[in-house]
Design a binder for this molecule. Structure first.
Ligand SMILES: *[C@@H]1O[C@H](CO)[C@@H](O)[C@H](O)[C@H]1NC(C)=O
Ligand SMILES: *[C@@H]1O[C@H](CO)[C@@H](O)[C@H](O)[C@H]1NC(C)=O
Ligand SMILES: *[C@@H]1O[C@H](CO)[C@@H](O)[C@H](O)[C@H]1NC(C)=O
Ligand SMILES: *[C@@H]1O[C@H](CO)[C@@H](O)[C@H](O)[C@H]1NC(C)=O
Ligand SMILES: *[C@@H]1O[C@H](CO)[C@@H](O)[C@H](O)[C@H]1NC(C)=O
Length: 221
């Protein structure tokens, strides 16, 4: 009886999109707006700048030799302070592997960085190194009748990433190696800006890193 119920619930979904198993990650994937893509035109790691897309979104690329790149442009609202909308640009790349438990573990090279603009914070605009290992617990791939290939990623705690659509079968990525000099635990100092541009200045401000499921980082898309 339970089986029948599950079957009844699944049939309409399966009719609209066929699951592909095992999933093929290789390519460049992007969320609904299709405004954000990894590769040239988003991040310039050598001088730690960003080029702002027209719309928010998230993009992942994967190569067949286990390299990944992630680009995110997001806004985070604040219920108690409606005027305090934080904008975040984030870029990171490195290598990925399928862990024994099936999780996708993405280990960064160390040259990732992010820009945070928070009009209400004491420091309203800054850039910092971003070096988190991100874990995806479940990967599902579908062929959607109208939108084509689609990836559903779930973070380590089950939180879904926005559905990702195939932007290109050939991954569009920056070179898959360290693209700026970094020393463990240190990062270039960043000047505070008011115009959205950034300036890398001298030595030492802060690095954030560690291991997260991207859930901890999930903001409004
Ligand atoms: C940073 O590098 C990019 C790519 O080389 C270049 O187009 C841009 O003008 C540079 N920005 C600054 C502020 O140096
Ligand atoms: C919202 O704003 C308040 C006051 O500025 C701040 O204490 C709080 O951390 C903010 N919450 C989020 C989720 O950013
Ligand atoms: C799966 O393995 C990865 C890598 O060892 C680990 O980070 C993750 O927490 C594990 N996930 C579960 C659900 O145990
Ligand atoms: C790192 O620094 C060395 C020595 O200054 C330089 O030759 C190299 O090109 C730099 N690498 C990157 C990725 O900027
Ligand atoms: C970035 O994180 C990786 C994985 O944890 C680590 O091996 C590497 O040393 C870190 N790099 C920096 C510059 O902190």
């Amino acid at each position: 009886m339970f089986g029948t119920l599950v079957y009844t619930l699944l049939v309409p979904i399966l009719a609209a999109q066929a699951q592909i198993s095992p999933p093929n990650l290789v390519g460049t994937w992007t969320s609904q707006s299709r405004a954000v893509s990894t590769g040239p035109g988003f991040a310039n790691p050598a001088n730690m700048t960003f080029e702002y897309p027209k719309n928010t979104g998230v993009s992942y690329s994967f190569t067949d030799d286990n390299h990944y790149e992630i680009a995110r442009y997001r806004f985070k609202g604040n219920g108690s302070e409606p005027n305090c909308i934080t904008g975040i640009m984030q870029w990171v790349h490195g290598t990925y592997e399928q862990a024994a438990n099936g999780s996708l573990v993405m280990t960064p090279f160390g040259d990732g960085y992010q820009q945070i603009q928070d009009p209400c914070a004491a420091q309203s605009n800054f850039i910092e190194s971003y070096n988190f290992t991100e874990v995806i617990s479940i990967v599902r791939q579908f062929r959607d009748a109208t939108q084509g290939l689609k990836l559903h990623l779930f973070e380590f705690d089950g939180t879904p990433v926005a559905p990702l659509f195939l932007l290109s079968e050939t991954p569009t990525m920056l070179p898959t190696r360290l693209l700026r000099n970094v020393t463990t635990g240190a990062s270039p100092a960043i000047e505070r800006r008011t115009n959205g541009a950034l300036h890398v200045a001298g030595a030492d401000v802060r690095t954030i890193g560690g291991i997260v499921g991207a859930a901890a980082l999930t903001l409004l898309l």
